[in-house]
Structure formats: structure tokens, C-alpha cells
Design a protein around this ligand. Structure first.
Ligand code: NAP
Length: 329
């Protein structure tokens, strides 16, 4: 068992440095992101729940993940899931066999090999919380590696904190801007604070995080994925503030794509997805919630994988997904 108990952030190894890939002989170092792994690194904002957690599950088998959320506590569920630990303990009281992992929401052990063994432990206190460590002997992704992740808790509108959190990242293959807020209401009802909060979270924080990570993205000729919305293509009554933020996000992506020709920038425009955000929206609309009418988060997450796995002779610039009600097919 390799428990890493660290409560002093400055004493932490650089993110990723403790995530080794036993059995994978082609490890290489990546500057500050010294993951000894052949895996590409993906930072996912808003990975604590909803679509972001689904993207983390989707990419866990192939990427080293930096998992974003506002607080370490918010990441406890997804990190426990990804490390094969439920409710702070492994299912079988210690080491957890891949076959024990709960796949009900699309868990991480996708190879189906019962020989995969996750040994995880995490410090869940303070800023250095959730620094889990893995050992593995099974073949999960073709080179003997097991999933690795580094919690990356930061409030994305606290730009000093974001700069500090970005500082160790010297190379980044994939940046998924997923975190976002939806605060709906008509223009007549919308306050200045509502406009500011929405534009701050959905646009300005995205721009600043991208700006800070541009050197790392350029170093990897990386891929920026913007989780936009159908509301980024058309504005409906009552959706003006949110739609304005997503239109702006689309413009941000279009400009970034032209300014940084070595990067790929993909705007994904899903319709309604079955997540906490959608539950709150439907409650606000005064309707009953029917999840079967909405896209599932794993389906949208699969689209993120499709975008980043598109061969480099193509640039997937925009992907639009609309739900097909599952009781209609
Ligand atoms: N749900 C839909 O129907 C739908 C449809 C189209 C597009 N989208 C877009 O998909 C993305 C994900 O939506 P979702 O439905 O999964 O939302 P969600 O369930 O509300 O989750 C939002 C995530 O964003 C994080 N977050 C929000 N503000 C943040 C901030 N200032 N700093 C750090 N993290 C922050 C949250 O972290 P905490 O857990 O710490 O709060 C949470 O992890 C959003 O960009 C949304 O606009 C959603």
C-alpha cells in the first residue's frame, strides 16, 4: 500500500510525479508535470460531478487527469471512484481488484481484465487532499499503465489561486473547459450580479485559465475543448444571460483557434444533459424531471474523446449534439 499523507502543499511532489506507470517501460518526464508515464495529461474543470465527472471517467483509462473543482471536498466522490475506493474504503477492505470496481456510472477499469489491481489511498484533508497514489500490475490501456489522477481544486474566478495552481504545469495535452453555471431568467429579471457571475464563470475564467496554460498547451501542441451548449448557437426566452455567455465562449474559441494554429480548439454544443444543472433548470421551469428526455453525460463525454482522438489531419471545430428522447427510440 502506498499511502501519501501530505498536508503541506509546498512539500508535495510536482503534480503527477507520484503517479508512476509500473510495467510501462517508456516513461518520460514532462518538466513540471513529471508523470513518469507515456499517457497524455488532461485537465478537466468541474470534474466533481455532472458532465465533468463523466469526462473524467471517460478519459481515465488513457490519460493522466488533473481533476478540477472548487474545493478538495467536492472531488472526494470522483477521486474515490477513480481510485476504486468507495466511501473512504475499498470494497474488499484493502486492495481493490478491478472486478470489484462499481461500473454503474461508467467506472474507470474499462479493460474488463480481472487482473487489474488498483491500490489507492488519499489524504483528504486540507489543500493537499486527495493526493492518491496507485500501483498496478494489470494492463488497462495497452502499455501496462493504470489510471492516474491529480486533484486540482481551485476556485476558477480566484485568479491568483488559478495562477498558482497552473504554475507547475509545464506541458498539457488536453484542456477541457467544462465548469460552468446556469442562472436563468428573463432580461427583465436579470440583475447586474447575475450577468457578472455568469460571464465571469463561463467566459472570463475560461479565458484566464487558457491564457495561463498556453505555454503548456503549446509545448504539447494540445487540444482545448470548450463545453458550450445549444444555447451558444441560439438564444431562447429566459436564457439570455446564459446564452450570451455561451455565445461569448464560442467567439473565444473561434479567436483562439485562429491565434494559436498549433493548438486544436473544439466547441461542443450539447442540448440538455441529465445532470444536477439540468435538474435545477427544470425545477426552475416548474416542470417534472424526465431524465430519459435528455442526453446522458457519458454520451457527451464520449464525444469529448472522439474530438481529442480525431487524427491530426482534421480539426474538429464544432460538434453539436441534440438529445433523442429515449422513450421515442
Ligand atoms: N446540464 C446541461 O443540460 C448542459 C447542457 C449543455 C451544456 N452544459 C454545460 O456543461 C458544463 C457542465 O455542466 P453540468 O450540467 O455538468 O453542471 P453541474 O452539474 O452544475 O456541474 C458544474 C461543475 O462546474 C464546477 N464549477 C462551477 N463554477 C465553478 C467555479 N467558479 N470554479 C470551479 N469550479 C466551478 C462545479 O464545481 P463544484 O462541484 O465545486 O460546484 C461542478 O463541478 C457547463 O459548462 C454547462 O454550461 C450543460
Amino acid at each position: 500500500m502506498n499511502a501519501t499523507i501530505v498536508d503541506n502543499r509546498s512539500a508535495l511532489p510536482a503534480p503527477g510525479s507520484y503517479v508512476r506507470a509500473p510495467g510501462c517501460g517508456n516513461g518520460r518526464y514532462r518538466g513540471g508535470m513529471v508523470a513518469e508515464t507515456t499517457r497524455p495529461t488532461a485537465l478537466i474543470t468541474g470534474a466533481s460531478r455532472g458532465l465533468g465527472a463523466a469526462i473524467a471517467r471517460e478519459l481515465a483509462a488513457t490519460h493522466h487527469l488533473l481533476l478540477g473543482a472548487r474545493t478538495p471536498e467536492a472531488l472526494a466522490g470522483i477521486t474515490a471512484e477513480l481510485s476504486g475506493i468507495t466511501a473512504g474504503r475499498s470494497v474488499n477492505g484493502g486492495d481493490l481488484l478491478e472486478s470489484d470496481v462499481d461500473h454503474s456510472e461508467g467506472g474507470v477499469g474499462r479493460s474488463g481484465s480481472a487482473t487489474n489491481r488498483f491500490v489507492g489511498s488519499g489524504d483528504r484533508s486540507g489543500l493537499g487532499a486527495e493526493r492518491s497514489r496507485f500501483e498496478g500490475g494489470g494492463d488497462l490501456s495497452g502499455c501496462g499503465e493504470l489510471p492516474g489522477f491529480t486533484p486540482w481544486p481551485v476556485e476558477l474566478t480566484d485568479y491568483e489561486a488559478v495562477a498558482a495552481a497552473c504554475a507547475p504545469i509545464e506541458r498539457l495535452d488536453v484542456l477541457v473547459h467544462n465548469a460552468g453555471v446556469a442562472d436563468l431568467g428573463t432580461i427583465a429579471e436579470s440583475s447586474v450580479a447575475q450577468w457578472r457571475n455568469t460571464l465571469e464563470a463561463n467566459v472570463i475564467a475560461v479565458s484566464e485559465l487558457t491564457r495561463l496554460l498556453l505555454p503548456a498547451l503549446r509545448a504539447a501542441k494540445g487540444h482545448v475543448v470548450l463545453i458550450n451548449s445549444g444555447a451558444g448557437l441560439r438564444a431562447n426566452p429566459g436564457w439570455g444571460v446564459y446564452a450570451a455567455s455561451k455565445f461569448a465562449l464560442r467567439a473565444f474559441g473561434d479567436a483562439l483557434r485562429l491565434e494559436e494554429p498549433e493548438l486544436r480548439v473544439t466547441s461542443i454544443h450539447p442540448g440538455r444533459i441529465d445532470t444536477d444543472m439540468q435538474r435545477a433548470i427544470v425545477a426552475g421551469e416548474g416542470h417534472d424531471y424526465h431524465p430519459e428526455q435528455f442526453l446522458t453525460a457519458p454520451t457527451v463525454a464520449r464525444t469529448v474523446r472522439t474530438a481529442i482522438e480525431t487524427p491530426r489531419d482534421a480539426h474538429p471545430t464544432e460538434i453539436v449534439l441534440r438529445p433523442i428522447a429515449r422513450d421515442a427510440v
